[in-house]
Design a protein around this ligand. Structure first.
Ligand code: ADP
Ligand code: ADP
Length: 228
């Protein structure tokens, strides 16, 4: 089953020196429960691709369908994790996880139990009522991942979520992400600069080229996965 269908996608930004073509002629399908990773040099349009799919940037040409419907604004069944954790330092970690629920107009109370379970799963039991400023970078990013997962979205978009973290924390979070993946079978679009990370997590990898941003190569990753 195809969950995301991108056809003939182009995207230009206006700048002082005229239009900048970030993406040109992108054709891409993401299948249900597939973990797809995008690799490529800085400026090749990875973030732009993710933002267009998330409905956060208007496209210049082409179309994007999620579950058969055109994307005009961020769909409800979507969780997003950015490189910067974007946590609110004046709210507790638990309240930060519940922000996405509030944003969707749902009742935070109904999701509190699940939020606590997720924080526990990510090794943050005991930190529910503490604040993000009390946490390390790796712990903050775990809270951000919990926030993206709290309403149990079927589709997760991640833009270099571990880019700012040290290598050991990165490896740990990769393992946790993989564990959740194997258990919950979500569809994912993941951006990274790390080839090992891409190989470890993905079912499929696309490599992008810059000037203009295009898909240059595609690999299917066929490695044995741990059993859940
Ligand atoms: P990445 O880590 O994905 O390479 P960047 O650090 O290049 O991202 O960009 C960070 C943010 O700034 C992104 O949201 C991107 O859309 C925006 N951005 C990147 N280049 C420009 C630009 N030339 N003008 C305005 N915004 C930009
Ligand atoms: P990547 O994530 O691969 O680093 P981006 O999608 O951030 O690439 O950027 C692709 C191209 O689009 C770059 O040339 C960047 O400078 C440009 N760009 C990104 N965001 C903006 C923006 N908001 N305004 C103008 N140019 C942008």
């Amino acid at each position: 089953i195809v969950r995301v269908e991108v056809a003939g996608l182009s995207k230009s930004y206006e700048s002082d020196r005229g239009p900048v073509t970030a993406l040109e002629g992108i054709d891409l399908q993401i299948h249900d429960s597939e973990f797809l990773t995008v690799l490529g040099p800085s400026g090749c349009g990875k973030s732009t691709l993710l933002k267009c799919i998330a409905g956060l940037e208007p496209v210049s040409a082409g179309r994007i369908l999620i579950d058969g419907k055109a994307v005009t604004r961020p769909p409800a069944d979507l969780g997003i994790v950015f490189q910067r954790d974007l946590l609110l330092d004046w709210r507790t970690n638990l309240q930060n996880v519940l922000i996405s629920v509030e944003f969707l107009g749902l009742k935070p109370r109904d999701f509190e139990e699940r939020a606590r379970q997720l924080l526990d799963l990510f090794g943050l039991a005991g930190y529910e009522d503490r604040y993000p400023w009390e946490l390390s970078g790796g712990m903050r990013q775990r809270v951000a991942i919990c926030r993206a997962l709290v309403d149990n979205p079927g589709f997760l978009l991640m833009d270099e979520p571990f880019g700012a973290l040290d290598a050991m924390t990165r490896d740990e979070l990769n393992l946790e992400l993989q564990r959740i993946w194997l258990r919950d079978k979500k569809t994912a679009l993941f951006i990274t600069h790390s080839v090992p990370e891409a190989v470890f997590l993905s079912d499929r990898i696309i490599v992008m080229d810059r000037n203009p941003g295009r898909i240059a190569a595609e690999f299917v990753v066929d490695l044995p996965r741990p059993r859940t």
